[in-house]
Design a protein around this ligand. Structure first.
Ligand code: ADP
Length: 794
């Protein structure tokens, strides 16, 4: 089918496709059009990577907008949201507006109502639905990218419930679900009342094979000699072989550490293939990478990048990832060693994909990867229009392995997608959200809604859905999030807050219990715990003493410490804890006894094996957050806790969110004011990575943790000081950087911020303002970043 013959799409788009050299639809695309994709009909397309799923989505969305409708594109990863938005922005030329929503859980997103096409993660859409965004009911078309991820334990249930809700709000909604090739795409199509396109057509041939000995054997019967030299590893020989052919390679391994080690080794193979101009390009790229952050990971990555290789995993900062992906697409980098994160949707094709590790540690031992995962990695092989074909290779170390790999992955069909909604945290969270957002007002309505999920479609066991729903209801009622009045369901105030904040109810319950226990333990006789009608304990000042005002009463409960609060939020299922390594148990037990009084709630005893272990891992996570809030240098934190800068950033963001939630919840439970203040301070400190005395200074735009410490050391403690102090002192504290100093003074509201003719007053600044806490190296990126934010150091 010619693109010009597709009905219902804007003419300028056809021209745009034409300019991009796309005149003929790929066969699966033509099938989608025949199934009515441009006329509002629902379709599930289960087709391989690189077979043009995006164009199917685009045709559906543009035709929906052309008919006066509004479309939503749901992406599985935040990183993909910006990629897709950049792609769709080309439509603005012919009047189609595009918005992306990846922001925080709470932002209301009203402005998105104006856009024709909205791009968002399923978590974001779910949060918009929970918060009652009105434009949701205007949607006429929704695209779900990588819908097979419904099978993912962590993210799947949200996608599943979101689709069910969108369909309940808009019964005539067109759903276009894009999936990798899976065993049971038909189930998904039945569930969504959609036509099914199930095709394994690819625009470029893919050969799948296994390397063993000196030979690479493919599924089409062809063979290629790839000789191993000496005792080198198979992947080295396979990489060299493809480099000699002018290709590049993606190598998938099973852990971050392995990705880094393999990248170091394999980049040595690339080096001899580089000419001086290419080496210069790579040196520039390495500089850009070092500028992203002053961590070891940044240095390690830059080092391998200089030699033409890279590693890629979830511990990298977002900026690192983008630099690596772009450089690989531009052929500057010839090999990337990646954990499977890269297989999940980021478009980085390569002539040869090497799946080196097909087993992964799953908590108890090494377990084989799913066929679907391995096929997703393999699908990255071959760049249409540039490579003659793609090759995906597994590695066998003996004959039996070779046979097993062919059977297990090369010839095998991917597993069916199964709903994971029955998993506890998912059920808990979504049952509460369904009640709080008014989707279900009675038990029957709740069951009716759950009937619309894939879980119900796939569940064969009689009464199972009903049972798990009832169990969850019971939990939510017991914890005071939901009231069940003879089958009439409503969320309590706290229940509403918890749902809107996107907390797992169990996290909320942990936080509430901890804060309450703290208030109770520390309150003097002025505070009484009283049971409210909803079963909540609230704390109020004892009114029998007429003179005791609330403010005065508050002072009697001391502020909880930052460490105590960090440990509390780290105990929740929403905080991904750090593992205890060997020796950690002893170390953190010691910390526990030293700081026992700071913890909120009652600690388990050492003999309660599991709970004790959990408590200590939470303490380790809390110590990491405390170090960050104590201005310890990022590089030192990543080294001490053996995490990447991306992990640190993730922990800090999660802590900010959970403490923000704790602050709201504490306010609602009427806990003593000092508890709320303690939570707020702990949140601000982790947000900016500073000690308490710098909180005021970092509120000035352009002042991050390092600059704040330098200013403080020079005697400047508040924004008011910035407005009044001698300018020479400010200039000296900021290492003589005039532009930076001017900006900061302006942001602090100084009337005449100009630094012209000002001389730095070196006598005002001590030699080492940060003491042993700081690494004083300031990168160029930080210096040029005038709006240095709290996380500017990453
Ligand atoms: P998928 O999402 O299925 O992995 P994409 O939608 O990213 O694949 O498409 C892969 C590549 O194929 C893109 O570069 C896209 O421009 C190109 N492409 C898509 N449809 C066509 C077509 N009909 N003709 C030529 N190229 C196409």
């Amino acid at each position: 089918m010619k693109t010009a013959d597709v009905p219902g799409i804007p003419a300028p788009f056809v021209e745009q496709l034409h300019d991009d050299g796309i005149e003929e639809l790929y066969p699966p695309q033509a099938q989608a059009v025949e199934a009515g994709i441009t006329e509002g009909d629902s379709v599930v397309a289960s087709i391989p990577t690189a077979s043009g799923k995006t164009l199917i989505a685009t045709l559906a969305m543009l035709s929906a907008v052309e008919r006066g409708g509004k479309a939503l594109y749901i992406v599985p990863l935040r990183a993909l949201a910006s990629e897709k938005k950049a792609e769709f922005e080309a439509f603005e030329e012919f009047g189609v507006s595009v918005g992306v929503s990846t922001g925080n859980y709470e932002s209301e997103g009203g402005w998105l109502g104006e856009k024709d096409i909205v791009v968002a993660t399923s978590e974001k859409v779910d949060s918009l639905v929970r918060n009652g965004a009105s434009w949701i009911s205007d949607l006429t078309c929704v695209v779900a990218d990588e819908v097979h991820l419904i099978d993912d334990r962590h993210r799947g249930p949200t996608l599943e419930v979101t689709l069910a809700k969108l369909r309940q709000v808009n019964p005539s909604l067109q759903v276009v679900a894009l999936s990798a090739t899976v065993g049971n795409a038909g189930d998904i199509a039945d569930w969504l009342d959609a036509d099914l396109i199930d095709d394994d057509w690819r625009p470029i041939d893919l050969r799948k094979g296994v390397h063993y000995g000196n030979k690479l054997s493919f599924d089409d019967g062809t063979e290629r000699e790839v000789r191993i030299q000496g005792n080198e590893k198979q992947e080295s020989a396979l990489l060299r072989d493809i480099l000699e052919d002018g290709g590049s390679s993606l190598v998938f391994v099973n852990s971050r550490r392995n990705a880094e080690a393999a990248a170091r080794r394999l980049s040595e193979e690339v080096k001899p293939f580089l000419n001086p101009a290419e080496e210069e390009d790579l040196a520039d790229l390495a500089d850009d990478i070092r500028d992203v952050s002053d961590s070891d990971t940044s240095d390690d990555l830059a080092e391998v990048v200089e030699r033409g290789g890279a590693f890629h995993h979830a511990g990298l900062a977002r900026e690192h990832r983008a630099l690596v992906e772009d450089a690989f697409r531009d052929r500057k980098l010839r090999v990337i060693c990646a954990t499977p994160t890269l297989a999940a949707g980021v478009n980085t094709p390569s002539r040869r994909v090497i799946v080196r590790d097909w087993r992964r540690y799953d908590g108890s031992g090494m377990a084989p990867l799913s066929v679907l995962e391995v096929h997703q990695m393999m699908g990255r092989a071959g760049r249409p229009g540039r490579d003659p074909y793609g090759e995906a290779v597994l590695l066998a170390s003996n004959h039996d392995d070779r046979e097993e790999l062919f059977d297990r992955y090369v010839y095998a069909e991917p597993e069916p997608v199964r709903s994971k909604l029955a998993a506890e945290p998912a059920m808990r969270t979504h049952v509460l959200a369904t009640i709080a957002s008014g989707f279900a007002r009675t038990r029957d309505e709740l069951l009716g809604f759950l009937e619309r999920t894939l879980y119900a479609e796939q569940s064969t066991e009689e009464g199972r859905l009903e049972n798990s729903a009832d169990q969850m209801l019971d939990y939510l009622v017991r914890n005071g999030f939901v009231e069940n009045d003879d089958g009439d369901l409503s969320a309590t105030n706290v229940g509403h807050t918890v749902s809107q904040l996107y907390l797992d109810p169990m996290s909320a319950a942990t936080i509430i219990d901890g804060l309450r226990a703290y208030a109770k333990q520390n309150s003097k006789s002025d505070y009484q715990a009283t049971e409210s009608a909803a079963g909540f304990q609230t704390y109020s000042v004892d009114t029998s003493d007429e003179d005791t005002g609330e403010a005065e009463g508050d002072t009697k409960v001391p502020k909880p410490t930052a460490l105590g609060l960090y440990q509390l939020i780290s105990r929740t299922p929403d905080m991904y804890e750090l593992y205890l390594k060997s020796g950690d148990r002893e170390q953190y037990s010691e910390v526990f006894y030293e700081r026992e009084t700071e913890f909120l709630g009652s600690a388990p005893s050492e003999y309660e094996e599991h709970r004790w272990e959990d408590w200590l891992s939470a303490l380790k996570t809390a110590r990491l957050l405390e170090d960050w809030a104590d201005e310890i240098d990022e590089a030192r934190i990543t080294e001490t806790y053996e995490v990447g800068p991306g992990d640190l950033r993730g922990k800090v963001e999660t802590a900010q969110w959970l403490l923000g939630a704790a602050e709201r919840v504490a306010g609602e439970l009427n806990l003593p004011g000092t508890v709320t203040v303690g939570v707020r301070d702990a949140k601000k400190r982790v947000e900016d990575g500073v000690r308490e005395e710098l909180l005021e200074l970092v509120s000035v735009r352009g002042v991050g943790r390092k600059r704040a410490r330098q200013l403080y050391a020079a005697g400047i403690e508040t924004p008011a000081d910035l407005r009044n102090v001698e300018k020479g002192v400010v200039l000296a504290a900021l290492d003589g950087r005039r532009k930076t100093a001017e900006n900061i003074l302006e942001n602090a509201g100084r009337e005449d911020p100009s630094m012209e003719d000002v001389r730095a007053d070196a006598s005002a600044v001590p030699d080492d303002p940060g003491g042993d806490r700081e690494d004083e190296s300031t990168t160029e990126a930080q210096e040029s970043d005038q709006s240095q934010t709290s996380l500017g150091d990453f």
